[in-house]
Design a protein around this ligand. Sequence first.
Ligand SMILES: Cc1cc2nc3c(=O)[nH]c(=O)nc-3n(C[C@H](O)[C@H](O)[C@H](O)COP(=O)(O)OP(=O)(O)OC[C@H]3O[C@@H](n4cnc5c(N)ncnc54)[C@H](O)[C@@H]3O)c2cc1C
Length: 390
Amino acid sequence: MINMINNYITVQCTGCRACEQKCPKHCIEMKDNQEGFLYPHVDIKQCNNCGFCVKTCHQLAENLAKEVGEVYAARAKDDEILLKSSSGGMFTILAQYALRNEGIVYGCAFDKNMVARHVMVDSLKGLDRLRGSKYVQSDTADTFGQAKQFLNKGMMVLYSGTPCQIAGLKSYLGREYENLLTADLICHGVPSQKLFNKYITWFEKKTGQRIIKFDFRSKDKNKWGLMYKVQLSNSEKYKMGFLDPYYKSFLEGKTYRECCYHCKYATAVRIGDITIADYWGIEKQHPEFYTDKGVSLILINTQKGRQVFDKIKADILYLKSTVEQAVLQNENLRKPVRRPVVRDSIYNEIDNLEFSSYINKYLSVGLQPMTRIKAAVPYKVKLVIKKILR
Ligand SMILES: Cc1cc2nc3c(=O)[nH]c(=O)nc-3n(C[C@H](O)[C@H](O)[C@H](O)COP(=O)(O)OP(=O)(O)OC[C@H]3O[C@@H](n4cnc5c(N)ncnc54)[C@H](O)[C@@H]3O)c2cc1C
């Protein structure tokens, strides 16, 4: 029986911490497993079998979301916001709305050791830390409990994160709050902090410099796409995601938490009031709306989401779209990523090999020369080449 439960937890638990935060006896502790993902551990001696943890688990509950929302392509009117954001800057627009209403914002930030954590921000200046996708699982820490306190005081709270984090927050709260706005991301899946730490150490050793900032979605050079910018102590480094071992294996879905491969939120029926994502494929679906500064895909899923959308319209450009169009280049609106066989070896061997041998064996970036050339050519140049070829 215990084995069955453990097995279930390994496969289904998303590490949201709702059970730990809810436990009245404080006898649940979240600990890293061998792969570096957080899982709950119950102190059986303290536990009085109240069952709150099971009732709070969003994975054991029915998916709260019921219908597909309205779909739009959208982007911030302000170019500065666009260029600082991963896609069309919709997170910043929502955050500004919350802050203007004397609210607060929760989202993912890197701390000084490059650990991804959810934190609270109450000023426009603070938003810088939350902007940008961090392709590693973020630790929600005690933010669900904190958010509840602010909600009970009547403050507006915007909570952003992966769909499983939003589901965890909702289960933890256990009831609707008028003053809570949730923004979920369309999410591929998340690698572990342990894997990211090993990569960071390898990167710093290789360059002989300390990483100050890691931006997975820099728009400095190639504009909207998958290029990273790493600010090092004495220089900057840019690289296309497909040419980097950690980034490439993330994009290929090789390094995710187990539950990501069975994600029940990988669907067009969304858990947040508003869903934010990249509108990949916009150049084909709505060419007139394309810009190389980035376009968001947004889904307006609830009445509350609709009211907020009406209020932020002055700050954005938007265009009606459909799920059918959006899903064409955003598979996670329809299904989770397929689990590759190599995923097991990647995490089984994480402690056994020296990281450069580990990369060569499992996270190799051996691209065909043609793929390298294609990756390096800016989108506008590609369009011209296509026109000429036609
Ligand atoms: C792990 C991950 C996988 C993703 N997969 C897809 C995908 O398959 N398809 C797609 O279209 N979009 C995906 N996205 C979303 C996309 O990368 C952008 O984050 C999104 O479009 C918002 O961009 P923005 O321009 O509005 O704002 P930005 O300011 O760039 O967005 C930042 C927002 O992302 C949140 N965030 C950043 N990192 C994390 C994290 N590790 N965990 C939880 N929240 C985080 C911040 O809290 C903030 O709300 C993913 C994001 C992450 C973090």
